[in-house]
Design a protein around this ligand. Structure first.
Ligand code: FAD
Length: 381
């Protein structure tokens, strides 16, 4: 079905992004996978072509355009290029709302120009060794002492964890107040007592730095509190999670589409029993099912993008998009891998890489089970 989400300017921007990835990313990605990290210079180069912070006002170096379709273009092109190491969507789609919507003028002036230029790489640290899905269970504390907070605790699985210059840390400012005791603080590279642990070894996304972070009596200026008020962190997180989940859903559909396309080509060209693999009825049926499901998913997600742009994307609709598209992504890629036979198990084939890279999609940003909890709760039983 014809896609009608984008206008001419998005298509032009897509060309820019594609050209950038072809030139600066694709030739080097295999090396970054071995290194376990993407060099910081790539972030600066991406900043130069305008890939960060579309929504950031022009006075801070951004384009001042609030239109998630640009974010979607970047996500889709990164997926199509197989550049799973780039933590750009975390920076653009997840972090921008925190640094734009919850900052005062002084904070904006400190952080946004670097955010846009790619000189300040961002991360969000919610998850801890003992608390992932259960955000209210975080143990990291931030105790007010004069005009500072003293932060203690540890985080794990943090995307951009090694490269990050600004980390939004979820901490308890009042451990007895439940959801009302959580606040968001920006911890900056170089603050005393802030250290990085291991760059974690994952089953996929090998070029992506996913790290442990440690906070040992880190004195964070009170001026780094987000939202200007203690105790609002949980609600601030809840407000921003739909956009994060939509970004993951956009990636899921793009990944499924990309793999489906290459698999159709593969089945056209591969022969068995003297005929193309694509000529077997089973192959055609499998591909037909997947193509149908991806098409349906695409239109739901595009509708969510429009809803987000209109300020109307609700938590429940975003949860539906997230769990359904990421489960679909895994299913599509797994079945496409099967159609590749033994070659599907070889890392030189894109389907194999997509298979290992996609597995995490149903886990981060809120697991499939938590998404179903959110939807189920909306029935008010
Ligand atoms: C590659 C990667 C990158 C990540 N990036 C970040 C990041 O940048 N920042 C960040 O803060 N975190 C990040 N995470 C963490 C991620 O968000 C968590 O792993 C995820 O939320 C699940 O938490 P958990 O691992 O503690 O699992 P748990 O919460 O321990 O869950 C274990 C299992 O129990 C199920 N479960 C839990 N509660 C319920 C329930 N109420 N009902 C039914 N089932 C339930 C879960 O669905 C899951 O299947 C990342 C994780 C990975 C793997």
């Amino acid at each position: 079905m014809q896609r009608d989400l984008f206008e001419e300017e998005h298509l032009l921007f897509r060309e820019t992004v594609r050209e950038f990835l072809t030139r600066e990313v694709v030739p080097h990605h295999a090396r970054w996978e071995k290194d376990g990290i993407v060099p910081r210079e790539v972030w600066k180069k991406a900043g130069e072509v305008g890939m960060f912070g579309f929504t950031v006002p022009e006075e801070y170096g951004g384009a001042g355009i609030t239109d998630f379709r640009y974010n979607a273009v970047i996500v889709e092109e990164i997926i199509a290029a197989g550049a799973s190491g780039l933590g750009f969507s975390l920076h653009n789609d997840v972090m921008a709302p925190y640094l734009l919507g919850l900052t005062d003028d002084a904070q904006k002036a400190r952080w946004l120009p670097g955010f846009v230029s790619g000189e300040l790489i961002t991360a969000i640290a919610m998850t801890e060794p003992g608390a992932g899905s259960d955000l209210q269970g975080v143990r990291t504390t931030a105790v007010r002492e004069g005009d500072h907070y003293v932060v203690n605790g540890s985080k794990t699985f943090i995307t951009n964890g090694i490269n990050a210059d600004l980390v939004v840390v979820v901490a308890k400012t009042d451990p007895d107040a439940g959801a009302r005791g959580i606040s968001l603080l920006v911890v900056e590279r170089g603050m005393e007592g802030f250290t990085r642990g291991r760059n974690l070894e994952k089953i996929g996304m090998h070029a992506q730095d996913t790290a442990e972070l440690f906070f040992d009596d880190v004195r964070v200026p009170a001026a780094n509190l987000l939202g200007g008020q203690e105790g609002q962190g949980f609600y601030q997180l809840m407000a921003n999670l739909p956009q994060e989940r939509l970004s993951i859903a956009v990636a899921a559909v793009a990944a499924a589409e990309t793999v489906l396309r290459t698999t159709i080509e593969y089945c056209r060209n591969r022969t068995a029993f003297g005929r193309s693999v694509g000529s077997f009825q089973n192959t055609r049926f499998v591909l037909a099912e997947l193509d149908t499901e991806v098409d349906i998913a695409r239109h739901y997600v595009d509708r969510c993008v429009r809803a987000l742009n209109a300020g109307e994307l609700g938590v429940v609709d975003a949860a539906k998009a997230k769990w359904w598209t990421t489960e679909l992504q895994n299913r599509v890629i797994d079945r496409c891998l099967q159609l590749h036979g033994g070659y599907g198990y070889m890392l030189e084939y894109p389907v194999a890489r997509a298979w290992i890279d996609s597995r995490v999609q149903t886990i981060y940003g809120g697991t499939t089970e938590i998404m179903k909890e959110i939807i189920g709760r909306s029935f008010g039983f």
